[in-house]
Design a protein around this ligand. Structure first.
Ligand code: HEM
Length: 342
């Protein structure tokens, strides 16, 4: 991604509101050395592109990961993750992995519901230390994710909790080398000795890594966003407040929509948030218009378990904080994700 395109993404999503963005134009085109970068800031156009066969996912981290490897940084586990995550796959392998994840996540959903009272007690004991919506969101996500990842990997609870504390967000419009290095080190420490050889074991590890890399940030943002916005339903709130700001695709054949043309090779960043003027339209406030979990082939596989976690978080919040929190958290976007600070 060119510096110019990354700066424009940063300026629009770095000042995003909870529910919308304010971009002057629905689309920006940046051309550098013959490469076209298109930034789409219009939800209707995003939807058409996500549902079109003229675009596909691709591993936008490949050159960066190869550079890490070539400079001798141990990143075998992270490279394997980017190579096999459904996020960057297409075709049969994508379908197979998603089917496996789907079955596994259904069972984990049931497993998680059993943890409600344990998590409730855990939070009740630490109530005084958790002074803001962000403290609470982090604590609930941490303990629920620890249960899920221990169940998937068989690695000890303490080690997983430590890993959750060490993890960071790597999703930006560009390759954020220090953050990738830090996740690479975390994956080597956590998984290198626990590399399972049979297929289901390695798929479970891939799912556990998905929780760490792409599950934790949007869940924390959703819990926090629901509390900050005073939502009565956390699971509805995730559709009104998209925690993932944009997704990336490559155009594989010419596509035309609403007078806009996309050509083979175009790199496209698509906003999942409505532009503020779209929200003025009453129809666009409708939750069914939301694309918080994206659309089409790469729609999020974690949607159902995320809704379960959000419902659990809401009950725990209502049980323990009937008066709300003594201190506030404020919006502080971080790359692709909505994030909060204290
Ligand atoms: C509120 C919570 C979540 C939101 C809003 C969310 C959102 C998204 C979005 C927008 C995408 C599409 C990315 C793209 O097209 O480039 C996606 C994909 C994905 N998400 Fe989530 N996610 C959430 C939670 C989770 C969780 C808990 C997991 C854990 C398993 C997860 C795993 C995945 C995976 C594996 C993909 C790739 C699917 C594919 O490419 O076919 N997500 N998510």
């Amino acid at each position: 991604m060119t510096l110019e395109a990354a700066k424009q993404l940063d300026s629009v999503f770095g000042s995003r509101e909870l529910e919308s963005i304010n971009a002057e134009l629905p689309l920006r085109l940046i051309v550098k050395n013959g490469q076209r970068y298109v930034l789409v800031f219009n939800r209707s156009l995003t939807k058409s592109i996500l549902l079109s066969k003229c675009f596909s996912a691709f591993d936008y981290y490949k050159p960066g990961t190869e550079k890490l490897r070539n400079s001798g940084i141990p990143c075998e586990e992270l490279s394997k993750f980017w190579e096999h995550t459904p996020l960057f796959l297409e075709g049969l392998e994508h379908k197979k992995t998603k089917l496996y994840f789907h079955k596994r996540l259904e069972a984990l959903n049931v497993f998680l519901l059993d943890k409600q009272s344990t998590v409730d007690r855990f939070i009740a004991k630490r109530k005084r230390m958790l002074r803001t919506p962000l403290d609470f969101s982090r604590a609930v996500t941490r303990i629920l994710f620890a249960f899920l990842i221990v169940e998937l990997t068989g690695i000890g609870h303490r080690k997983i909790l430590r890993a959750l504390d060490m993890r960071c967000n790597v999703f930006f419009g560009y390759f954020h080398a220090p953050r990738h290095k830090s996740i690479a080190a975390l994956f080597e420490w956590l998984f290198h000795e626990n590399s399972g050889n049979d297929e289901s074991c390695s798929q479970d590890r891939l799912l556990a890594q998905s929780f760490l890399v792409m599950g934790a940030d949007p869940i924390m943002a959703s819990i926090c966003g629901a509390i900050v916005s005073g939502s009565k339903s956390f699971s509805e709130s995730v559709y009104r407040i998209p925690p993932v700001s944009f997704v990336t695709r490559i155009c594989t054949s010419h596509f035309s929509c609403d007078g806009w043309d996309f050509y083979k090779g175009d790199l496209v960043n698509l906003s999942l948030l409505p532009n503020w003027d779209e929200l003025i339209n009453e129809d666009d406030k409708n939750l069914s218009n939301s694309i918080s979990f994206a659309l089409g082939t790469h729609k999020c596989i974690g949607e159902n378990i995320s809704l379960t976690i959000l419902n659990m978080a809401q009950i725990i919040f209502e049980n323990n904080y009937p008066e709300g929190f003594p201190e506030e958290s404020r919006i502080s976007p971080d790359g692709t994700f909505l994030a909060f600070g204290n």
